[in-house]
Write a protein that binds this ligand. Structure first.
Ligand SMILES: Nc1ncnc2c1ncn2[C@@H]1O[C@H](COP(=O)(O)OP(=O)(O)OP(=O)(O)O)[C@@H](O)[C@H]1O
Ligand SMILES: [Mg+2]
Length: 165
């Protein structure tokens, strides 16, 4: 297929113009997520990873308030599917945390959201949806979200939840 006839590549990025928009994107992901969904969130402090996680919780029908796990490495919340919320920021030794069961097989039945997933590089499940959040300079409420789906289920999820209508 030459360039002229090739289908346009789907843009794997979108702009959020405020926290509500980021939560709404998360809500769509949570609503479309299936058992075994893994979201790997990557981005600097204040990028909006927790806002996105709150939206995912909402989309899963989780009623608890979702905040970053501070004193434990993982929070669990019952919902349509169980939400496992991990924040890898404070991990001194990611390998030790993984060996201690940070990522376990129960997560295959639920939805796992990992903030600072880059700190668990090499241990994360291969099949996952990686979302990178960044704050462009000069626009305090703007965030770019760029994603990469690994595996057919996450590819489907990205198309369903992230494709701009
Ligand atoms: N478009 C946006 N999307 C998400 N958050 C935004 C946006 N614009 C402004 N914000 C603000 O940025 C902050 C994002 O905080 P949040 O806790 O979600 O970041 P984080 O990536 O989880 O940071 P940390 O690494 O510290 O956990 C919030 O105060 C939120 O109100
Ligand atoms: Mg956070």
């Amino acid at each position: 297929m030459d360039r002229a006839t090739a289908p346009a590549a789907s843009p794997r990025a979108r702009l959020s113009t405020g926290p509500d928009a980021t939560r709404e994107i998360g809500r769509r992901i949570g609503a479309a997520a299936g058992p075994g969904t893994v979201l790997a969130l990557i981005g600097p402090l204040g990028a909006g990873k927790t806002q996105l996680a709150k939206g995912v919780a909402d989309g899963l029908g989780v009623s608890a308030i979702v905040n970053s796990p501070t004193f434990v490495l993982m929070n669990e919340h019952p919902g349509r599917l169980r939400l496992y919320h991990i924040d890898a920021y404070r991990l001194d030794d990611p390998e030790e945390a993984v060996e201690a069961g940070l990522l376990d097989e129960r997560q295959a039945d639920g939805v796992t959201v990992v903030e600072w997933a880059d700190r668990l590089d090499g241990w994360m499940p291969v099949e996952r949806l990686v979302i990178r959040l960044d704050a462009p300079a000069g626009a305090p409420t703007h965030r770019t979200l760029r994603w990469e789906a690994h595996g057919p289920a996450h590819d489907r999820l990205a198309r369903e939840a992230l494709a701009v209508p």
